[in-house]
Design a protein around this ligand. Structure first.
Ligand SMILES: [Zn+2]
Length: 573
């Protein structure tokens, strides 16, 4: 008992004297050989990682973390074993809710900006684990639909950092129950790893008569296989830049259906679901090519064993259940992945924002503008609450689109921003700007603004300031006043003044309703400002009476939609 106390006292002392900076090192390069044994649920890894000291102080200690169901086997520098202590570290960044952390003492102090290469080995199992969700009260049955990562004989699918640390990471503890802490830690990790290179060779030895299953890493799969018995299947994971892409591998006895650039991998019995994708490909290709150029990179759709599993995408691989035949959904999903294939970008709000924006445009093509706005509307809730906080607190921090690694922003808010830009400049100008976009030229944060301004011949600086470079919350429109009047010739007019109570400006549509018709106009209302415009009404003056003005058809995300209808009769009484 006494030695136990001494141990804890010493630990307490050590922690106080020397605070470990777990995020000092960024892992700039991974070069791993991963062996999978689905029958045993096992994963074994050997390889090299490069750590760069991104802190301001020299560092002698590095904290490397993997999932708690994996164990460290060796850590070497320059061929020599280095000292490390392995300990559990509580963090919801992994599905088990705990990480296996190796506190490594490096042979020499690494100066700021300097790097060190480590040879590492680790192994263990990756079974289905819902701990991080069930311990905050999510019922097991529901938890397993989102926490589906596992290696198992019948179905293997494992996502990387944020889900399962199947490769080493360096992070502070993340907590699901503490507001946004988990998402903050994950977003910070993605941001730190944005330029990192990730290479892993997956191999799967086996000897059953059916031969190797499909092994996917991202959309690339079935790299090569040595047939005969025993056999081996190899698939490379090759990511030039990590950023928003989470390395993900999948192993299953799939039926493959290929129609360039698409591969669909489905389970037996789901052939009809897979066929909806292959028949939705042609119109989706045509649409995407017209807006974003020719898709060039292969895309893949991979089935789930459990049809209730939540979809997930890793680069141009989309995991989605193929149990149902939903041609509308198939079309939308294909458009999304084809946009990624046609238009790579290092900026999350461009890469994902354009893909979600394209989904809405495709929906419009098939079901009209309202159907598109309904689809966008599903995104609004994702960022509304945090934007409300920003508007209320008037704080300038927030999540500027240009730099954010928060999914709700670079997907949902970005989709709206692209939609608003399209409404403002029109299809032709936006298409022209997109056709000029080159990922390798996108170095200046104002690059996208300049492309659109050049095509539209319009100043959009104010819009990009309010929506892209800064997070100023959302607009809040209301009709301040409506005045009917007549011209000398007896033409009935109304003058409408709109007010924007929010801190982000926008060009918003408003509609005047009268008996027998309606007229819609667009008007730019800057932040905390009013704007006035006049509108001519049709028909004989005395017969046309505007009953209502409705501002915003839902195309501009707003904090408060309850003050958008202005009843004129009621006002005049
Ligand atoms: Zn995407």
């Amino acid at each position: 008992m006494k030695s136990f106390c001494v141990f804890w006292v010493l630990c307490g002392f050590a922690a106080a004297a020397w605070a470990l900076d777990r995020e000092a090192f960024t892992i700039t390069k991974y070069d791993l050989a991963i062996t999978l044994e689905p029958e045993q649920q096992r994963l074994g890894a050997r390889g090299k990682i490069t750590l760069r000291n991104d802190s301001a102080q020299p560092q002698k200690i590095a904290a490397l973390q993997i999932s708690s169901s994996l164990n460290w086997r060796s850590i070497r520098v320059d061929g020599k074993p280095v000292q490390y202590v392995s300990q559990p570290y509580m963090s919801d960044i992994d599905h088990t809710g705990v990480l296996s952390e190796a506190i490594v003492t490096l042979p020499i102090e690494i100066k700021p900006k300097d790097s060190v290469e480590l040879e590492i080995g680790y192994e263990g199992v990756i079974p289905l684990d819902t701990t991080r969700l069930t311990r905050i009260g999510v019922p097991e049955e529901i938890a397993k639909h989102s926490s589906w990562d596992q290696i198992s004989p019948s179905f293997t699918a494992v996502r990387g950092a944020g889900y399962v640390a199947w490769y080493p990471i360096t992070t502070e503890s993340a907590d699901f129950s503490e507001g946004n802490s988990l998402f903050e830690v994950v977003d910070r990790w993605k941001q730190r790893e944005v330029g990192s290179q990730f290479e892993a060779l997956l191999s799967l030895p086996g000897e059953d008569a059916e031969g190797p299953p499909t092994v996917l890493c991202g959309a690339s799969g079935g790299g090569s296989a040595e047939y005969g018995r025993p056999w081996s299947a190899f698939t490379p994971c090759d990511l030039k830049r990590l950023g928003t892409v989470t390395p993900t591998f999948v192993v299953a006895k799939y039926i493959a259906l290929s129609k360039s650039p698409l591969s669909v991998f489905s389970f037996p019995g789901h052939e009809a679901g897979a066929a909806t994708y292959s028949s939705a490909l042609e119109p989706a290709m045509k649409f995407v090519t017209g807006w974003f150029g020719q898709p060039t990179v292969p895309i893949a759709i991979a089935d789930f064993a459990d049809p209730n599993s939540a979809p997930f995408e890793s680069g141009t691989l989309l995991m989605a259940s193929l149990a149902a035949e939903d041609s509308k959904l198939a079309g939308i999903n294909l458009v999304h992945e084809l946009v990624h294939s046609a238009l790579p970008s290092p900026r999350p709000w461009v890469y994902e924002g354009l893909a979600h924006f394209a989904e809405a445009m495709y929906r419009q093509e098939q079901g009209g503008r309202q159907a598109a706005l309904d689809l966008l509307g599903l995104h609004r809730a994702a960022f509304l609450d945090s934007e409300k906080e920003i508007s209320a607190a008037q704080k300038s921090a927030g999540q500027p689109l240009a730099t954010t690694f928060d999914e709700t922003y670079y997907r949902s808010k970005a989709a709206y921003v692209w939609w608003m830009l399209r409404d403002m400049v029109g299809d032709d100008a936006l298409k022209q700007a997109i056709s000029k976009y080159r990922a390798e030229d996108d170095r200046n944060p104002k690059y996208v603004q300049q492309l659109i301004e050049a095509a539209a011949k319009r100043d959009l600086g104010w819009f990009f300031d309010d929506w892209v470079y800064q997070d100023r919350g959302l607009p809040d429109f209301r009709v301040q006043s409506v005045h009917p009047w007549k011209t000398e010739n007896g033409v009935q007019m109304i003058t409408v003044t709109l007010e924007n109570l929010g801190s982000a400006g926008a060009e918003v549509p408003f509609t005047a309703l009268f008996e027998g018709g309606e007229i819609t106009k667009r008007i730019e209302v800057r932040a905390k400002s009013t704007a006035t415009t006049r509108m001519e009404l049709p028909g004989k003056a005395s017969e046309t009476k505007v009953s209502e003005i409705v501002v915003n058809d839902g195309s501009v995300p707003e904090i408060d939609l309850t003050n958008n209808v202005f009843k004129i009769d009621a006002q005049q009484k």
